[in-house]
Design a protein around this ligand. Structure first.
Ligand code: N01
Length: 540
């Protein structure tokens, strides 16, 4: 192992560099340090938190239930932390991650306000040469990405934004100070998870709110509520059981979808199940049956259920029609909301249907569609992210022969990884929740823990057996990528334009980059690979 040398020159020698101080970076840093390696995490923000540091928009909260949206590696930590409600708000998650950073003394090994600009593999030394924006040069044996899947924001190139005289914000880079909407005319573009959460909150304050909607969405009620002490105590008492259940399911939640098709039930039975799930709120609707995402007819049953609910909630029939979704339910990320549809009944809220009247441009006073001008004081972009590969491409990562990750993955639709953990030609470079891992379709903290545990075991194995290098074999990654693709193509996911497929980013190769069977089955595959002397990897 090498020792840290921060003071003598700008060249720092480390065993490992971790990018980011969100859920991934914090836990990776902790495990590496506890195993005795010299390691430093580099974080662009001023504090820990990753996406939860940046996403401070009104209404921002997680839609995974609190008790499962946390680390499970430490029972002590689980017992110490008390969540206040079913879905944690952004400030509460940020407070949790700060608590974790303090509890495990992580800050001393994190350099904040620092962006990793490049990481180049040096074939002569078998190490990564890493450069930061504060002109530091670091040499590390292991380069580990904890950049997350949704940290590269997508600001659509709409003509005229520079001319806009009002203020504009992207939900993914919200200011730290409160944005005041009172008395303001506000426009918001986008009705994905971020838009759906912020629209009702902004509407409560703004004088007028114009919602620019391109695709109507299926929004299930979150049904948030405060936890009682009894409920929290019950969850804490059941820590081991919960952890065991979460580790084995597809989504990393304590319960899975029942082994039943939506078409097995009569219309009445199905309606009853959907009604109950709607009342419970959360992802219960999405997991009502096991074939909603593979069978068009089953999917249509739940799509119709949503359309009926929207008609019940919305007072104006034309408006209800404009809010009717018509893509396959669940093939864009299922959305949970609180009073989302109800907000359109407010007199200060207007839906602008971009399917009928697309945005032409932004002008100095607001947004111009092909039909009308909307004068605005504030414009909010809830327009999402260049998912999965976007955050990695922000760093100039180069492997063998100087090949950049971007060039390797961008040519055609050729993003290829082995297990979503590594990619051929980039030795000792690990990705936490990388493309082609279960990531965003399973419970993220749980996926992160699984990846980090696998990576630390792998590094220990390499060190104990005096290997300099681990690298994915090309045939192994070809097989894995094809396996991921075949599974995706047997579902309805690939039939819809979404950030899952990269279709939201102009010019991005269309490719579904998530391992669909989920974290439970994936964990077993990764363990088998490791137990089989890291089958599919070169160890040199
Ligand atoms: O982004 P999105 P998001 N003109 O890509 C529209 C996670 N997350 O930030 O559907 C007009 O989902 C776009 O329209 P369309 C979660 O995984 C979680 O909301 O492409 N509209 C869409 O309506 C989520 O899936 C939480 O037609 C344009 C919206 O912008 C992911 O982050 C909270 C446009 C983008 O929706 C991303 O969610 C927040 C244009 N040029 C986020 N470009 C929770 O845990 C884009 N749009 C609750």
């Amino acid at each position: 192992m090498t020792s840290m040398n921060l003071s003598i020159s700008k060249k720092i020698e480390l065993d490992a560099v971790v990018v980011g101080a969100g859920f991934s970076g914090l836990y990776m840093l902790l495990t590496l340090r506890e195993a005795g390696y010299s390691v430093k995490a580099f974080e662009k923000g001023e504090g820990v938190g990753g996406v939860w540091y940046w996403n401070r928009y009104p209404g921002a909260r997680c839609d995974t239930e609190s008790f499962s949206y946390n680390y499970t590696f430490s029972e002590e930590l689980f017992q110490e932390w008390t969540w206040t409600s079913r879905y944690p708000e952004q400030p509460e998650i940020l407070a949790y991650l700060n608590y974790v950073a303090d509890k495990f003394y992580l800050r001393k090994d994190i350099q904040f306000n620092t962006t990793i600009q490049s990481a180049h593999y040096n074939e002569r030394t078998n190490r990564w040469d890493i450069q930061t924006d504060s002109n530091q040069h670091i040499s590390a044996k292991y380069f580990i990405s904890g950049v997350g899947c949704l940290s590269a924001s997508n600001l659509p190139k709409i003509k005229g934004l520079d001319d806009f005289k009002g203020k504009w914000y992207h939900t993914g880079h919200w200011p730290h100070e409160k944005v005041h909407f009172k008395g303001k005319k506000v426009g918001i573009i986008g009705t994905g998870s971020s838009g759906v959460q912020s629209i009702p909150e902004i509407a409560k304050e703004a004088e007028r709110l114009f919602v620019f909607q391109r695709t109507p969405q299926y929004v299930a009620p979150a049904n948030n509520y405060p936890y009682t002490n009894d409920e929290m105590n019950r969850l804490k008492t059941n820590f081991h059981l919960l952890k065991q259940q979460m580790k084995s399911t597809m989504f990393g939640m304590p319960n899975d979808a029942p082994n039943k098709s939506a078409l097995d039930d009569s219309d009445e039975e199905r309606q009853k199940i959907y009604e109950e799930a709607w009342k419970k709120g959360g992802f219960y609707l999405a997991t009502s049956y096991n074939d909603l995402l593979v069978n068009e007819k089953s999917n249509e049953t739940i799509a119709q259920f949503f359309r009926g609910k929207i008609k019940e909630i919305i007072n104006n029939p034309d408006l209800a029609n404009a809010l009717q979704p018509n893509y396959y339910y669940g093939t864009k990320r299922p959305i949970l909301g609180t009073n989302f549809y109800e907000t359109f009944n407010r007199s200060n809220v207007e839906l602008v249907n971009l399917k009928e009247t697309p945005i032409k441009e932004i002008y100095d006073q607001g947004v111009r569609t092909i039909k009308e001008e909307y004068d605005l004081d504030i414009l909010v972009f809830a327009t999402g992210y260049d998912g999965m590969t976007g955050p990695l491409f922000k760093i100039d990562i180069r492997g063998r022969d100087g090949l950049s990750l971007k060039d390797k993955w961008d040519e055609g639709a050729s993003t290829r990884t082995y297990l979503g953990l590594m990619t051929a030609g980039f030795p000792n470079f690990f990705m936490i929740t990388g493309p082609e891992s279960p990531s965003v379709l399973s419970n993220m903290p749980l996926c992160i823990e699984q990846h980090v545990d696998w990576i630390i075991d792998c590094i220990n194995y390499l060190e104990e057996n005096s290997f300099d290098v681990i690298e994915a074999k090309r045939e192994a990654e070809d097989r894995w990528s094809q396996h991921c693709r075949e599974i995706a193509e047997s579902t309805l996911y690939t039939k819809t334009d979404s950030w899952y497929t990269g279709a939201n980013i102009k010019g991005k190769p269309r490719r579904f980059l998530i391992y669909l069977p989920g974290i439970g089955p994936y964990r077993k595959i990764c363990n088998d690979v490791a137990n089989n002397d890291y089958e599919g990897f070169h160890l040199l």
